[in-house]
Design a protein around this ligand. Structure first.
Ligand SMILES: C[S@@+](CC[C@H](N)C(=O)[O-])C[C@H]1O[C@@H](n2cnc3c(N)ncnc32)[C@H](O)[C@@H]1O
Length: 224
């Protein structure tokens, strides 16, 4: 068979088209990220852009807080939260048992593991201070229910922190997350980062102030 040589621009165009088709398909069929690809999530390259230390610092953790991480993946962020000197209690919830097994291997034994769906959180109303979702929301088939559940479990002054980053095929733009969160009764109280890698902070509409607590230095026990 005779091979027909493709000019480089046409080859590039074909690759771009194939990628766009793949991304389109993934967005129409949301599915959990495969556990066997966890090394990609925890790769050094990704860690350079996904700064867990900065994210944990921005959570303004205080002693006694309950942090729920939905979709912890390889557990890199969970481990960093659990190591925070504040001594918060941490729960991980993931829909895939295989993913939770990966998380378990990376985090301290005190971290609680729950297998479940973000759209049906097995926690009582108002019992969580921080819900964290890093590149997770786009994978959840019923995002509206998941956002309503986050609003329900958040206590007064609680935050939902959503991180979205390209080139995740499930990436959701900030205006879309903001609009869907608003429909679930959550309002934006913070937004950091450029459009392709951003962190949104949301709080229950009409709930207690969600601004970072301004404590006198002597009462800021976690700044070690
Ligand atoms: C792309 S991974 C992100 C992992 C981690 N947050 C990170 O950024 O490295 C998405 C995670 O969300 C979980 N997930 C997907 N759909 C979910 C759902 N409906 N409920 C709970 N977890 C879900 C997946 O199993 C996976 O652990």
């Amino acid at each position: 068979m005779m091979a027909i040589p493709l000019p480089p621009a046409a080859a590039l165009g074909l690759v771009a088209l194939a990628l766009a088709a793949l991304i389109g398909w993934v967005r129409r069929h949301p599915a959990p990220f495969p556990a066997w690809l966890v090394p990609m999530l925890e790769s050094r390259l990704r860690r350079r852009f996904m700064r867990y230390d900065q994210l944990v610092a921005s959570l303004a953790l205080r002693p006694g807080m309950h942090v729920l991480e939905i979709g912890p993946g390889g557990g890199g962020l969970t481990a960093q939260i659990a190591r925070d000197p504040c001594g918060v209690s941490v729960t991980c919830l993931d829909v895939q048992p295989a993913m939770l097994a990966r998380t378990r291997g990376a985090v301290p034994p005190a971290v609680a593991m729950v297998c479940g769906d973000a759209a049906r959180l097995p926690f009582a109303d108002g019992t969580v201070d921080r819900v964290v979702m890093v590149t997770v929301l786009g994978e959840v088939p019923d995002r509206a229910a998941a956002l309503r559940e986050c609003a329900r479990v958040l206590g007064d002054g609680g935050w939902l922190v959503v991180v979205e980053a390209m080139p995740d095929p499930d990436y959701l733009p900030a205006p879309q997350v903001r609009a869907e969160a608003a429909a679930a009764g959550l309002v934006q109280t913070g937004h950091e980062g450029p459009w392709y890698r951003y962190t949104l902070r949301l709080a229950r509409d009409g709930g207690a102030t969600a601004a970072p607590p301004t404590l006198p230095a002597s009462e800021a026990p976690c700044d070690t």
